[in-house]
Design a protein around this ligand. Structure first.
Ligand SMILES: C[S@@+](CC[C@H](N)C(=O)[O-])C[C@H]1O[C@@H](n2cnc3c(N)ncnc32)[C@H](O)[C@@H]1O
Length: 626
């Protein structure tokens, strides 16, 4: 693709998808309108390409058709093929928002703002719609949705095929205007999840969806009418099908035939549940919701559901000016002989004083994190961890002199890279005097019960408090834990307990977070840990252990703690006496877990009993939907 084509984002829709979308929108439209009016229906294709949609629109008997296409090289072809269509070879985003349509359909261009800032700047300069709805991190097709919504008549329908990432994004990541605009003016009435099908052969790793929006009538807005959302999703597990979906099944959907490859249901999420600011989990079947609610029933504190965010502040590990310099690798920049340490300055190894040795901390990358644990031996090196606030309330030049006096060799080592480090700080608009310290991750702000802001120094926490942590990129629930000294780079997230929240049972929580129950929540709520952790903070409910009161439940909780502790400490053998009480109260459960099962499995079994959930029910749901 040449750069101009690239900029236009020309990827054409396969015939069977275009045919499906056109027939589908027609069905939807005529389910509420009189079919004899087809001549009166104004239909718009905002980015026609070679006219794949136009072909089927004509084929379905529509006559009042308008289409836009920016690429002049397609002009001759389009004019020749579609003489009866109002073709406009200009930018759709410049078209008049007051010219209204009954149906808008197509495959708009996808183009991320991040890598195409210049193109977006031009659009913002030239077109009011772009000026109104521009936000960093957005995609070009958001503008097509915005203008599409404005150009719809009340009751009118818009159907696009797009990537599906925008649905699960939160307001910090580019959907700031899109979701409020959709929820204010439209209902989402239909969502076809194509993420398991390869629709565009050339677009690698892209996940797509087809959605239908219906513009609200004024009255529907005022009366705050709600509407259900119809979902179609492809069943998992058949790669052959996913690569080459039999085109016929798309027509089967329209003929209301069942396909073994597809699931059709109404989402447990209705339009009133769609948040303006957060991700939408449209693929949310009622039977999944029932189990989620059953889990959440045990996660109430004073009657209110509590999530991770209510207990913890989730923060990254340490951001350094330069990892290679601040993390000393043994035998290259650091030598350890018995209990002495030597740092490399100007080709010589200089011995560190005792205070300096205290400031070298083993540091880990997120790859070492395992469920309940971490690989202790796989540390990345020794971090130079000096604390800015050890010398606070000083003029910064004097402060640095004091640091140099107390830590002469560490600072001499760092000063070898002074110019480079100052540059990095300067470019990041940070204080260039801070060359000896971690840039972030050594403090967090907390608010005490009187809402007073407090700066909490993390060094003692990294050194010895109990810590739960997880990798910043993960599809599943892997939570590590230790009470030992554990410093980590910024690819690790830490759960820091909020001020005043001392009612956390770490062992139990750790068991729960690593459990099959939470794994199910990850799937049900479409949680993937990425750089943004909002979903995790707000979607993982925390069990309230005090709600479990029966003798049997208390025995189970004790056992969960016991087995969790065995995993943490790598203890393989089971202390039989720990199981005595269980054997007495429930010989059944006892024999179930005494079957030589690994501790993680036992914990899962115990948690299922505690939450009163049948494991097979979850297995069936996972098999069916995910
Ligand atoms: C993803 S392709 C889809 C084309 C066609 N709808 C299809 O499905 O095959 C997007 C098309 O939009 C055109 N395009 C890009 N930006 C446009 C704009 N601002 N106004 C009108 N057309 C545009 C491109 O040239 C390209 O042909």
């Amino acid at each position: 693709m040449d750069s101009n084509k690239n900029r236009l984002s020309q990827i054409f829709t396969p015939d069977y998808i275009a045919e499906f979308m056109v027939k589908n929108i027609k069905q939807h439209y005529f389910s509420t309108h009189n079919e004899s009016t087809i001549d009166k229906i104004k239909i718009l294709e905002p980015s026609a390409g070679k006219g794949i949609f136009l072909n089927y629109i004509l084929g379905e008997g529509f006559t009042d058709i308008t289409a836009y296409e920016l690429d002049q090289t397609l002009k001759t072809h389009l004019l020749r093929s579609y003489p009866n269509i109002k073709l406009k070879f200009e930018n759709f985003l410049g078209s008049d928002a007051n010219e209204k349509f009954d149906i808008i359909i197509g495959n708009p261009p996808y183009l991320g703002q991040n890598y195409n800032a210049q193109i977006f700047q031009e659009l913002v300069k030239n077109y009011p719609i772009c000026k109104k709805y521009f936000v960093g991190n957005m995609d070009l097709f958001y503008f097509f949705i915005h203008l599409g919504i404005e150009k719809l008549k009340p009751g009118g329908l818009l159907s696009f095929i797009t990537t599906n990432y925008w649905l699960t994004k939160s307001k910090k990541t580019g959907i700031k205007h899109l979701k409020p605009h959709i929820t204010k003016d439209c209902f989402v009435i239909y969502y076809f999840d194509l993420s398991k099908i390869k629709v565009f052969k050339d677009a690698k790793g892209q996940h797509n969806c087809i959605f239908v929006l219906q513009k609200k009538y004024e009255e529907e807005k005022q009366k705050k009418i709600d509407k259900k959302i119809d979902i179609i999703q492809v069943k998992s597990g058949n790669n052959q099908f996913n690569e080459n979906p039999p085109e016929k099944i798309f027509i089967d959907i329209l003929n209301k035939k069942n396909s073994p490859h597809l699931l059709k249901y109404q989402s447990a999420m209705t339009n009133k549940d769609l948040s303006k600011n957060n991700g939408w989990i449209l693929k949310y079947p009622h039977d999944v919701k029932n189990v989620v609610e059953k889990i959440e029933k045990h996660c109430r504190f004073n009657g209110i559901k509590s999530d991770l965010i209510d207990f913890f502040v989730i923060r990254n590990g340490l951001i350094l000016i330069k990892d290679d310099i601040f993390i000393l690798k043994e035998n290259t920049k650091l030598k350890i002989v018995d209990s002495d340490m030597f740092i490399k300055i100007d080709d010589a190894f200089i011995k560190l004083n005792d205070g300096e040795k205290q400031k070298l901390k083993k540091i880990y990358k997120s790859k070492v994190i395992q469920p309940f644990n971490y690989d202790k031996n796989d540390f990345s090196g020794y971090l130079i961890y000096l604390d800015k606030n050890e010398f606070k309330n000083q003029n910064l030049t004097i402060r640095n002199e004091l640091v140099e006096k107390k830590y002469p060799n560490l600072t001499a080592y760092l000063n070898q890279y002074k110019g480079e480090h100052e540059n990095i700080l300067r470019n990041a608009k940070e204080n260039i005097k801070d060359i000896y310290f971690p840039r972030r991750g050594s403090f967090i702000t907390q608010y005490d019960t009187e809402h007073k802001r407090k700066l909490i120094k993390l060094e003692p926490y990294y050194d010895k408090e109990p810590k739960i942590f997880f990798s910043y990129i993960s599809k599943s629930n892997v939570f590590g834990y230790t009470k030992d000294s554990y410093y980590a780079t910024s690819d690790t997230y830490f759960l820091w307990l909020r001020e005043g929240r001392n009612d956390i049972d770490y062992l139990f929580l750790l068991a729960y977070l690593n459990s099959k129950i939470v794994n199910f929540l990850f799937k049900a709520k479409n949680i993937m840990i990425k750089r943004s952790k909002t979903k995790l903070e707000e979607e993982i409910p925390i069990p309230n252990i005090t709600l479990f009161r029966s003798k049997y439940q208390l025995i189970i909780i004790d056992l969960i703690r016991y087995f969790t502790s065995s995993i943490i400490h790598n203890i393989v053998s089971v202390d039989e006496t720990k199981l005595d009480k269980l054997r007495e109260i429930s010989p059944n459960t006892y024999s179930q877990i005494r079957n030589e099962k690994p501790p993680r499995r036992i914990i899962d079994i115990l948690l299922f009993i505690l939450f009163d959930i049948v494991e097979e029910d979850i297995d069936i749901l996972i098999e069916k939907y995910y």
